[in-house]
Ligand binder design. Structure first.
Ligand code: FAD
Length: 488
């Protein structure tokens, strides 16, 4: 049995801890914040409950596997509800909306409302994504890419399947209507990727939604965090200041308060772009580019807004310029494309006063360019976004209905989560930062040192970080042994 410390209680850290504890090791999770969850934090105020980050659950079998590896039964721990539709998309100035439904025939009918010709291509599109999903997401997402040779083996099939093309070009091979193209390619934005630049492998995010649906857990995503943390030794409120090493292997962690925890294995769930600071190295482990950030509003209202479904996307004008600006610019965007979460549609208890606990996510540039003074801009941006919701998207009376309100800016990502440049989704999911080119799950120089979470392979998103926990835990178990050891 090894003594293992996991640095950070994000979903990836908790999942790695569950797997390693389930394999018989003694695991302690050290979290700098007051509660576990990381980006999947929860905010409650005056009877309103908000998931602060992830809200849509996909690939539920990955959660089942994670819980099972920790000796837990997912469906006894949380109440899962499938959403239908998964989400609705509105475009500024247009009456028509698009509902993403998990049933192929109904989805085809949705596409047909925009273009009959495109509707006839839906099956071809999904058929093209199937092998990309199976080989590029599931098979590749569950194994480590420690050498270039591992990566080289995957490349020919990905090239053959078109998975290395820019996602927007791949989608355009099947669909002509601009709205249909947008509806089938925006998903990468929610792991920090520009649909016009990420490889088409991320098109498989559409396929997996058709295959396994989109889910909600009662109490929100935070109920998953609580269920995972319940059986673990999670110590909150004090961070790890340094990872100690001797003779080329880890020996423990030093806490910010001065205490020490001895360990044979350390798994870091902290931002990989800053992991070198914990290891006392001067340069980042890899020169990786972080994703954009996000500006988030958490609004408790005293009435509901019927236009909103549980998940709604409000796409503003100039969508492509908006994406370019938030991923590569450094100013406040001029139009707003947002994602809105209104969970009281599914579970009224998530809001007080018969109202909504709305959360709105606006992608914004990270802090790297330094172009936005958030202390000055945040109030004005909040008002502009709420006004846009009212005037462009028909959420009339929203401002007047807000009784309680919170927000999160890129600065909060930086200070609260330790995210480099305030990134919202870790490392940008481009081809040059994927698999072998991402931060490896096992350190190349220090024995006993591993990484898990959105900045490692395979990447961000709830399924991504849970799969990274599987890859990392299997590497640890292959190195130190354990009941559930699977050769990596
Ligand atoms: C606004 C938003 C919406 C999203 N929506 C979705 C969605 O709907 N569906 C989906 O699947 N995904 C979504 N995602 C992505 C998903 O939330 C993340 O990829 C995932 O939660 C990240 O998990 P992680 O393991 O990388 O850990 P993180 O959440 O990054 O947590 C890392 C933890 O480490 C702690 N830490 C850092 N340094 C130290 C230290 N030195 N000592 C101790 N602790 C430390 C931090 O405090 C933090 O708690 C969303 C993300 C955001 C930001």
């Amino acid at each position: 049995m090894s003594r293992i410390v996991v640095v950070g209680a994000g979903l990836g850290g908790l999942a790695a801890a569950l797997r390693l504890q389930g394999a018989g090791h003694e695991v302690t999770v050290v979290e700098q914040r007051e509660k576990p969850g990381g980006r999947a934090y929860q905010l409650t105020d005056q009877g309103y409950t908000w998931d602060m980050g992830p809200s849509l659950i996909t690939m539920p079998w990955v959660l089942e596997d994670t819980f099972a590896a920790g000796g837990l039964d997912l469906r006894s721990e949380v109440v899962l509800r499938e959403l239908d539709p998964l989400y609705r998309i509105f475009w500024a100035g247009e009456e028509r909306h698009f509902d993403f439904v998990p049933d192929r025939d109904r989805l085809r009918a949705e596409v047909a409302r925009f273009s009959e010709k495109d509707a006839a291509r839906l099956d071809d599109f999904l058929a093209a994504l199937k092998p990309i999903y199976e080989e590029g997401i599931v098979a590749a997402g569950r194994r480590p890419f420690l050498s270039f040779a591992d990566f080289a083996k995957l490349t020919p099939s990905m090239v053959r399947l078109g998975a290395v093309l820019p996602l927007s070009r791949f989608v355009a091979r099947f669909f002509e209507h601009e709205r249909v193209r947008e509806a089938f390619s925006f998903h990468s934005l929610f792991i920090g990727g520009d649909p016009y630049r990420v490889p088409a492998i991320y098109g498989a995010l559409v396929y997996l939604q058709v295959l396994d649906g989109g889910w909600y857990t009662e109490g929100g995503v935070y109920s998953l965090v609580e269920a995972m943390a319940r059986t673990l030794d999670v110590r909150c409120g004090e961070g790890v200041a340094a990872i100690e090493q001797s003779g080329g292997r880890v020996t423990g962690v030093r806490l910010t308060g001065g205490g020490r925890i001895a360990a044979d294995v350390v798994v870091s769930n902290a931002d990989v772009l800053r992991a070198h600071e914990l290891l006392g190295r001067r340069a980042p482990l890899r020169k990786l580019v972080p994703t954009m950030s996000a500006f988030l509003l958490y609004l408790g209202t005293d009435r509901t807004f019927d236009k909103l479904l549980h998940h709604t996307l409000l796409v503003g004008g100039g969508y492509r310029d908006f994406i370019r600006q938030v991923t590569r610019g450094d100013g406040v965007p001029e139009t707003y494309s947002t994602y809105v979460h209104a969970p009281s549609r599914t579970e009224p208890a998530m809001a007080a006063n018969g109202g909504d606990s709305i959360y709105a996510l606006l992608p914004v540039p990270n802090l790297r360019g330094g172009g936005i003074d958030w202390a000055r801009e945040a109030d004005g941006l909040r008002d502009a976004v709420v006004e846009d919701f009212e005037t462009t998207f028909g959420l009339t009376g929203l401002d007047a209905a807000v009784t309680v309100e919170h927000r999160m800016t890129p600065h909060d990502f930086q200070t609260e989560l330790g995210a480099m440049h305030g990134n919202a989704f870790a490392v940008e999911p481009t081809l040059h930062q994927s698999a072998y080119f991402r931060q490896p799950n096992r350190d190349r120089r220090v024995r006993g040192m591993y990484y898990v979470g959105g900045g490692t392979h395979p990447g961000a998103g709830i399924p991504g970080v849970l799969l990274s926990a599987e890859v990392t835990a299997n590497l640890v178990l292959a190195d130190v042994g354990g009941r559930a050891a699977v050769p990596a």
